[in-house]
Design a protein around this ligand. Structure first.
Ligand code: S3P
Length: 173
């Protein structure tokens, strides 16, 4: 596709470990559109990592910054925007995203998510006594909200990133 052809920003939503960043980046490359990442922008603006922000200022503060950053990115550029796993949970964020973007829920099964997050150390919400159980609870609570996305695309263990990008492109067509 030619650059500049996107009418709306494509917003990747879904759980930690669903592949929002990897798929979003590859999708942007295929569309020749800018790639935007809300977690990355929050870290750059604060000059702190997400674990540091959670530890120093708490989750509520992070959520406020997250909403501001998403509003700014949606206003600034049309491209592919990967969000953090909690971004689509607030109604205000969902409204903002559906006004200016098309949301894509990257839906992966719990065991796939777990295999992708279990060895990583940068997710403050999973620093609990039983991170698998925490992930499962988050997953079950969030699925009904992610299901409000405009499009749903499956991300499974067998399909490489480019294959998931093919599915997103097919869903957008
Ligand atoms: C969060 C997911 C993280 C990050 C923060 C909170 C969540 O992003 O925004 O740790 O609430 O699910 P990823 O989904 O990219 O891991």
């Amino acid at each position: 596709p030619r650059p500049g052809r996107l009418k709306k920003t494509v917003v990747m939503v879904g759980m930690m470990g669903a592949g929002k960043t990897a798929v979003g980046r590859a999708l942007a490359a295929r569309l020749r559109a800018p790639f935007l990442d809300s977690d990355h922008e929050i870290e750059a603006a604060a000059n702190m990592t997400i674990p540091e922000i959670f530890a120093r200022d708490g989750e509520a503060f992070f959520r406020k910054k997250e909403s501001q950053v998403i509003a700014r990115l949606l206003a600034e550029a049309r491209g592919v925007l990967s969000t953090g796993g909690g971004a689509f949970l607030s109604e205000a964020n969902r409204d903002m995203i559906s006004d200016r973007g098309v949301s894509v829920w990257l839906n992966a099964d719990l065991d796939v998510l777990w295999n992708r997050v279990r060895h990583r150390d940068h997710r403050p919400l999973l620093k609990t006594a039983d991170p698998y159980e925490t992930l499962k609870e988050l997953y079950e609570a969030r699925v009904p909200l992610y299901a409000r996305a405009d499009l749903v695309v499956r991300s499974d263990a067998q399909t490489p990133v480019e294959g998931v990008v093919d599915r997103v492109l097919a869903a957008l067509a």
